[in-house]
Design a protein around this ligand. Structure first.
Ligand SMILES: [Zn+2]
Length: 474
């Protein structure tokens, strides 16, 4: 089945064709590690994770590179405020980001290179651009001349105005009102403190945009398949990445550009500058799990902007719990219709071919096809979730566990993982009382106790004729 992806470069849904058969190189613009990332930014990494999982579902061998920006205007500014060295300061938030990855159940990229460890690679690209007279030197830095690249604006569809004088922008981040030559290298000023490199270009530090060109091409080659990021990166960051890279190599840089929509709060972009943001720690403090947030984001198309509200997150939490309850009932099904997945074959596509074939027999091909159709249609996770819901509710459908396992390779919700449920003492006591009532065939009392238990947020069920009690959160 073909995989279709919406390409920002062409503003069209296109059939994905890899450069090298069976392999995909993808680059994800990683976080600037100067603070805990907010959940709006986290969405970009979740979407990259879903893309990665969908590619693997389609049997591609994926090489994913995600950079860490550990030097730029913001990291320098805030490390100085805290009187810490740049390294010491960024290490705190690098650790925080790795914790977020783990909590959100994101698969680790093949490599997470840091900007400060790739200064030489950046210098090499800038030297090439200087040689080609596309970059030029001024008193305060080395700039990229956007007029020298005729395709400038092809990603963001920005129109170049005829600039009478050459205007330049030194800042790493700027908006569309500032379509100017941008800094590749910033010469040292006292404001940079002890953050500088002595290079052939002179003493200084790199601009933000050049780092992604340097690291992506180092690990994925001059021309690679997919580049992702939040929609706010289209301009200027990705536009500038294309300009630098294509001018330096004379080749096309990236085939497919994928961008996710913003998370909004009251219809405004969630952002540090507006102060309307939450990070994962805030979410957990409010009694939600990272999986609740993961599920919530999966209910939206990745390109869609939507408002974050606690009410929406709560609805997702409830839906995910219901889904898990249904799945746990399927797992507990005693009549043997559903067999468990053998251990050691968690990743089907890494298992031997013969085994894979045998193993897949028994999965529900009809539902899997429908699921595949959804995810291969530009990562339509809301639709794919609907397929999963229809499937778990379809009493006649066979191959339940194998199919859920297969779908969850993409969702990453750990749907088959046994949940540890903490049952409060008071509930345990009521369950015991209810068992006694049942033994005495006092059905009225048993029902009353069941309702009491329900009010406390748990449900108790009787399986077959035995006094087996199942307790679950509802
Ligand atoms: Zn980047």
């Amino acid at each position: 089945m073909t995989l279709k992806l919406y390409n920002t470069l062409t503003r069209k849904k296109e059939t994905f064709k890899p450069i090298h058969k069976g392999k995909v190189g993808m680059y994800v613009c990683g976080p600037t590690i100067y603070n805990y990332i907010h959940i709006g930014n986290l969405r970009a990494y979740l979407i990259a994770d879903i893309l990665r999982r969908v590619l693997k579902f389609n049997k591609y061998n994926v090489k994913e590179i995600m950079n860490l920006t550990d030097v730029d205007d913001k990291t320098i500014r805030d490390s100085q405020k805290q009187n810490k060295s740049l390294k010491e300061f960024t290490a705190i938030y690098e650790k925080g980001f790795l914790e977020d990855i783990k909590l959100m159940n994101l698969e680790m990229p093949e490599k997470m290179p840091k900007a400060t460890e790739h200064i030489n690679e950046m210098v090499e690209i800038i030297k090439k651009l200087l040689d080609k007279k596309i970059a030029y030197k001024t008193e305060d830095g080395i700039y990229f001349s956007i007029r020298k690249f005729k395709d400038y604006g092809k990603l963001s569809k920005i129109k170049l105005k005829k600039l009478k004088t050459r205007a330049r922008i030194m800042k790493d981040e700027y908006d569309k009102q500032n379509v100017n030559d941008f800094a590749l290298w910033k010469f040292y000023t006292e404001e940079d403190g002890d953050v500088f490199w002595e290079t052939e270009l002179g003493k200084g530090r790199p601009g933000w945009h050049i780092e992604c060109s340097a690291m992506s091409m180092k690990y994925l080659g001059k021309h690679f398949d997919i580049h992702t990021g939040g929609e706010d990166l289209i301009f200027p960051h990705h536009e500038n990445e294309i300009a630098q890279s294509e001018c330096a190599t004379g080749k096309k840089y990236v085939n497919y550009w994928l961008h996710n929509g913003w998370v909004l709060v009251n219809n405004k972009k969630m952002s540090k500058s507006l102060g309307n943001f939450y990070n994962l720690r805030d979410i957990i403090e409010q009694g939600y799990s990272a999986f609740d947030l993961r599920y919530f984001y999966l209910t939206k198309n990745y390109r869609q902007r939507f408002n974050f509200t606690w009410q929406n997150l709560k609805s997702s939490k409830i839906a995910l719990q219901r889904l898990k309850n249904i799945i746990s009932e399927i797992k507990d099904d005693k009549n043997g219709r559903h067999r468990h997945i053998p251990k050691g074959h968690e990743n089907l596509f890494e298992a031997p071919k013969n085994f894979r074939k045998k193993f897949l027999q028994g999965a529900n091909e009809i539902y899997l096809k429908e699921f595949e159709k959804a995810i291969n249609d530009d990562l339509n996770t809301p639709k794919a979730l609907q397929v999963l819901w229809n499937f778990v509710r379809d009493e006649k459908a066979e191959g339940k566990l194998k199919t859920i396992k297969k779908m969850d390779e993409v969702f990453g919700l750990d749907l088959l993982k046994k949940e540890k449920i903490e049952i409060p003492k008071g509930v345990k006591k009521l369950v015991k009382e209810r068992e006694d009532a049942r033994k005495k065939k006092n059905w009225k009392k048993a029902d009353e106790l069941r309702n009491k238990i329900k009010k406390l947020g748990f449900s108790v069920e009787d399986v077959e004729e035995k006094s087996v009690v199942r307790i679950k959160k509802v």
